[in-house]
Ligand binder design. Structure first.
Ligand code: HEM
Length: 394
């Protein structure tokens, strides 16, 4: 079968600012397409993206989940022992971390998180227009997540710039990445220091990771890198998850009214916002062997860009996919990935969103958009720069 070539740049800043407008072209061009600009393959349809995420033996992560092929290029930082690792290493490190992020301990924290979310929202309701990015979407995760891991107080503001850089680094070495690497030197140094055992506060997840090292489940050097994974992946993602959720309701007031009338739809609404919102737009894989996908042979050693966000709105799988509809079943979305690398922190992300949503449902009758939202362009994340809203009391 003929392979369609895409000549435009999916990492052009104008495309990154409005990615959904370009996804239909990618999906319609074929099950597999060729990205001329980068000399790599791409897939944007639900069935193929999900199948590739599931087939970790063919579509490996150990050669990097960004454009850079670690078999040929030096990674910008020592690779993640989770995200950028394959079995058997991945099975061992994931086993360590699954115990650290265990559900019972998280559940026990939930009432406190809900209380904190209520207090945060109470300070914003009826105060006129404000920017929900810093005031809510950043403020809430920063008030719960660093404490969960056991990070020292001073310097926590470095988490977002570091996360931004790491997510930019999955893309090409474009101006976005260069700028972000230049700006994040201090943040990166702070994050690396924060992962060291003697900088972690007692009682947090960080301490648990090092306890696993004491029990011989990983080395101390590995523990340091596993803590880093939490800090890389755990903040900018949830910040934008919450921003997207608030944005979705500000743009769809009917859905907000529906949720307030039926608050037990909250969990469904969160899954739908993950499907519809596209926080993590893309990740790469590298083929470990030649593989045939719908009549196209992808040779061994090829980089393949998986458009998770495009898969989540593929009309071949979802009905009326561009519609934000909190009553639909969004289960099976690939917003957290799929297969062995599926998001380690997905329950943290869900609990944070649930706490914020519970507080909003209880206190806010209307989420009014007061000016168009703006984007913070990133090579991987669909991030909001500003989200001007007004919360009208219930
Ligand atoms: C809305 C928030 C979040 C989104 C949308 C998200 C999305 C994702 C996605 C798509 C993957 C799969 C990557 C791949 O297949 O290559 C992933 C993996 C991962 N996520 Fe999340 N994530 C979120 C929150 C978090 C949080 C809060 C944490 C930490 C507590 C976290 C830690 C990780 C880690 C460590 C991995 C790698 C897992 C592995 O390779 O086994 N994420 N995430």
């Amino acid at each position: 079968m003929d392979l369609s070539s895409i000549t435009w740049d999916p990492y052009d800043e104008a495309v990154l600012a409005d990615p959904f407008a370009h996804h239909a072209v990618l999906r319609d061009a074929g099950a597999v397409v060729w990205l001329e600009r980068y000399g790599c393959f791409a897939m944007a349809r639900y069935a193929e993206v999900r199948a590739a995420l599931t087939d970790w033996e063919t579509f490996v992560s150990g050669r990097g989940v960004g454009l850079a092929d670690f078999a040929r290029e030096e990674p910008w930082r020592p690779p993640s022992l989770l995200l950028e690792a394959d079995p058997p290493l991945h099975g061992r490190t994931r086993g360590v971390m699954n115990k650290v992020v265990a559900l019972p301990a998280l559940r026990a924290l939930q009432p406190k998180w809900v209380e904190q979310a209520h207090a945060l929202v109470a300070g914003l309701v009826g105060t006129g227009p404000f920017d929900a990015v810093p005031a809510l979407a950043e403020a809430f995760p920063l008030s719960v997540f660093p404490a969960l891991v056991g990070l020292r107080e001073e310097g926590r503001e470095n988490l977002i710039p570091y996360g931004t850089t790491a997510f930019n680094a999955f893309g090409p070495r474009n101006a976005l990445l260069t700028r972000s690497l230049e700006n994040a030197a201090t943040a990166t140094a702070w994050v690396m220091e924060s992962c060291r055992r003697d900088n972690l506060l007692p009682g947090g997840w960080g301490e648990l990771v090092y306890a696993a090292a004491d029990h011989g489940e990983c080395s101390e050097a590995e523990a340091e890198r596993l803590v880093r994974s939490l800090l890389t992946a755990g903040v900018d993602t949830t910040v934008n998850g919450i921003a997207n959720l608030v944005h979705a309701f500000a743009e769809n007031p009917g859905q907000w009214r529906k949720l307030r009338a039926q608050p037990d739809l909250a969990r469904k609404a969160i899954e739908e916002s993950l499907r519809w919102g596209g926080v993590v737009q893309t990740f790469f894989r590298t083929t470990s062997r030649a593989v045939d996908i719908a009549g196209t042979t992808i040779p061994e050693g090829s980089k393949v860009l998986l458009f998770l966000a495009a898969a989540n709105r593929d009309p071949r799988h979802w009905s009326d996919p561009d519609r934000f509809d909190i009553t639909r079943s969004a289960s099976g979305h690939v917003g957290f990935g799929f297969g062995i690398h599926q998001c380690l922190g997905q329950m943290v992300a869900r609990f944070e969103a649930e706490a914020v949503l519970a507080a909003l449902i209880a206190q806010v009758g209307e989420i009014r958009s007061t000016a168009p939202a703006t984007r913070r362009i990133n090579n991987t994340l669909f991030a909001l720069g500003t989200l001007p809203v007004e919360l009208i009391a219930a």
